[in-house]
Design a protein around this ligand. Structure first.
Ligand SMILES: C[S@@+](CC[C@H](N)C(=O)[O-])C[C@H]1O[C@@H](n2cnc3c(N)ncnc32)[C@H](O)[C@@H]1O
Length: 259
């Protein structure tokens, strides 16, 4: 199969097919979080690093006022084209999740599936949380989901997904190839195998995530006193099952509320 070295986020159509089908559990969970944990009614939302807007479009269709940003121009173009196609304003902007300010304060913001870990430094991560805090109205909620690197125990080092729409099929595999806990870097490879009736090819990407132990994230959070930690869940997205973070916990959804 032909292999093309690529930034996978430059292929929003394939990305959205792969992850877009997974929206329902996250969507239902986020709504349940707004209901249960926000200190205000949630109508207006912002998603930093929104990508193709696979979740934002569902919230727009459910009646929320939505906006977001992402560094990737192709993802933003895809996101806005879909907003317009469905009759919504093109409210996604090209921008950095470490430097954002929505036009009006929002009732809730969310950032799931590890996007936060793309921020390479402590300073950028802190700025991200400060921007989230500044973007929220009092009582507003920030839902932040990512993988911790447990102190002991085995990390889950491979994940795969598949999706098909009509004649297009995409299989994806993400592998953790090296974790450097001291420098707080996890090198990851990700491939998308794309099958159309006329061609087959593999897109191969390599990127680095910042690593977090529970204590490292806790210390970061302490630097942003406007946000209080109100609950933790995991990627099972079950609002009835909060979790207690332990030495082996990997996937966590932190619920942070603006004081
Ligand atoms: C795993 S994707 C998630 C996209 C979307 N949030 C979703 O749930 O489908 C991560 C996204 O983070 C974006 N990204 C990475 N670094 C960024 C930054 N500093 N600011 C804004 N977006 C960033 C990438 O372009 C990509 O679209």
């Amino acid at each position: 199969m032909k292999v093309i070295k690529a930034n996978l986020y430059d292929y929003p159509k394939y990305y959205d097919l792969l992850f877009g089908s997974d929206w329902k559990a996250e969507f239902d969970f986020l709504r349940a979080c707004f209901e249960k944990h926000a200190g205000r009614t949630v109508r207006r939302l912002f998603e930093p690093a929104c990508g193709t807007g696979r979740l934002l479009i569902k919230f727009a269709q459910a009646g929320y006022e939505v906006s977001g940003n992402d560094l990737n121009a192709g993802a933003i173009a895809y996101c806005n084209a879909r907003f317009v196609r469905y009759g919504f304003p093109p409210n996604a902007l090209i921008g950095d999740m470490a430097d954002f300010r929505p036009r009006r304060k929002v009732d809730a913001a969310f950032n799931t599936i590890n996007s936060f870990r793309h921020l390479a430094s402590e300073q950028a991560a802190r700025r991200h949380l400060q921007c989230a805090a500044a973007a929220l109205a009092k009582g507003g909620l920030y839902v932040l989901g990512f993988h911790l690197t447990p102190r002991g125990g085995q990390t889950c080092d491979e994940e795969s997904w598949s999706a098909r729409r009509g004649h297009l099929a995409v299989n994806s595999r993400m592998r953790s190839i090296k974790v450097d806990r001291r420098r707080r870097r996890e090198d990851v490879t990700m491939t998308l195998d794309v099958y159309t009736p006329t061609q087959q090819f593999r897109l191969a990407d390599k990127f680095t995530f910042r690593t977090y132990t529970a204590d490292q994230f806790r210390r970061l959070l302490d630097c942003v006193p406007d946000l209080e930690l109100v609950e933790t869940y995991d990627f099972a997205y079950d609002i009835m099952e909060p979790i207690r973070i332990g030495a082996e916990t990997e996937d966590v959804v932190y619920l942070l509320r603006k004081k």
